[in-house]
Design a protein. Structure first.
Length: 410
């Protein structure tokens, strides 16, 4: 019986016209995982796992209690509880766990005539597909694959920066007030919702930039399919949460996209430039730890230069550090008013499915941010034009009526 990884590659090659699959060589479970990823958790079993030689390290690593035993004593993953943080994959020394993959249905969608499919690329993308692969070359590669286009999610990080800055300005009135942010990290938000529920009133009900991007694309291009591309397994779970499942059809990791390019024999570094960059520095730095705080702080200062209470940020990256920060907050041992948590060390550039190291990724993000023509969303005419097209004609209206940017945490 061939492995899950071999099946994955065989189907990728089949979908790009370079191979075929003999279904009898594979387990039905693995075939179903690849053809219907929405039926499974962000983490799946790559091989049978009946008895663990390492005292169920996967189960012990999961703070969300997603590993359960069925009636026969076999371990299963509860797809409702698993958030895709990847801790279990790292903990499993036998390598029996793997990230769920959306590549096959995405390839089927882009090959389907009459279906416009847009790739929504996370701010951490620069350098992931090679140092010589520019934004324009990557966009050209997606189009060569069959996508209608590629859109930078950093533009929507700009919009969420403006929203969080306005929320801060409206709600933080004295030294005891504070906000728990980063809407962009589903592991951080899931941890607060499931472990520290009593702190949820301090979390603004903002969607993530991924969800904002998907909703806006679908509003402006009815019938379009949206595919988020990033370094994060947890985005697969976020995209399926009931109150925001209208935004994103599939989530690909950077590694899945790299595999798709290889299977289709597409070489982004050899393609021409297809330039359309509209994000500010603020949106681009969301990809690394501290970026959200820095973006919101600068935007608040621009909104209200003489504000008596400034943004005083505290950041943590990695689940243990995030939990430690929250425990200190509960004990009154930290005096910030803006708490930013990232589930991965280094921020999104340290995501489990990044292709390059987090230090190199952060450096690439910094260089790309410094090249931005605009510093904040308030400077960015493309953000203001997009808000106009969405029907937001005043700052007050944007803050009070932006249903497309709001989610229900109940």
């Amino acid at each position: 019986m061939k492995t899950f990884q071999q099946l994955y590659w065989d189907i990728l090659k089949q979908e790009t016209g370079q191979g075929r699959v003999l279904a009898g060589e594979y387990r039905p479970y693995h075939m179903d995982c690849l053809l219907h990823p929405e039926r499974y958790a962000p983490v799946v079993f790559a091989e049978d796992c009946e008895q663990c030689a390492y005292d169920q390290a996967c189960r012990n690593s999961c703070i969300f209690d997603a590993f359960e035993e069925d009636e026969g004593g076999k371990i299963r993953i509860n797809k409702e509880k698993c958030v895709g943080c990847g801790a279990c994959v790292d903990a499993c020394r036998l390598e029996k766990l793997a990230a769920n993959k959306d590549a096959v249905p995405v390839l089927q969608a882009v090959r389907k005539t009459g279906q416009d499919v847009y790739a929504l690329i996370a701010p951490a993308f620069l350098g992931q597909f090679g140092a010589e692969v520019t934004t324009g070359k990557l966009r050209a590669a997606f189009k060569a694959m069959g996508f209608q286009g590629m859109i930078e999610v950093a533009v929507f990080a700009d919009i969420l920066t403006l929203k969080e800055a306005l929320e801060f300005d409206a709600n933080i009135k004295d030294e005891k007030d504070y906000q728990l942010t980063s809407c962009c990290c589903p592991v951080w938000i899931a941890m607060i919702r499931k472990v520290y529920q009593e702190l949820m009133p301090h979390v603004p009900g903002a969607v993530s930039p991924m969800i904002a991007a998907g909703r806006v694309v679908k509003k402006l291009h009815p019938g379009a399919m949206t595919v988020f591309v990033g370094p994060c397994m947890a985005k697969k779970k976020e995209a399926r949460e009931p109150d925001i499942a209208d935004a994103i059809d599939y989530v690909l990791t950077f590694q899945e996209v790299q595999d798709m390019f290889e299977a289709a024999d597409i070489h982004p570094e050899l393609l021409g430039e297809d330039e359309k960059e509209h994000s500010s520095r603020a949106g681009r730095i969301y990809a690394r730890t501290g970026g959200v705080s820095e973006a919101v702080k600068e935007t608040v200062q621009q909104l209200h230069p003489n504000r008596p209470i400034e943004v005083k940020a505290e950041q943590a990256d990695g689940v243990p550090a995030c939990r430690a920060m929250i425990e200190k907050l509960k004990k009154g041992e930290v005096k910030a008013n803006f708490y930013e948590g990232m589930g991965c060390r280094g921020g999104c550039v340290g995501g489990p499915k990044s292709i390059i190291g987090k230090e190199e990724g952060a450096a690439n993000v910094g260089r790309y941010a410094d090249k931005a023509e605009y510093r904040t969303p308030l400077d960015n005419p493309f953000v203001l034009e997009l808000l106009e097209r969405l029907g937001f004609h005043t700052i007050e209206g944007f803050l009070e009526e932006s249903d497309i940017l709001v989610r229900d945490f109940s």
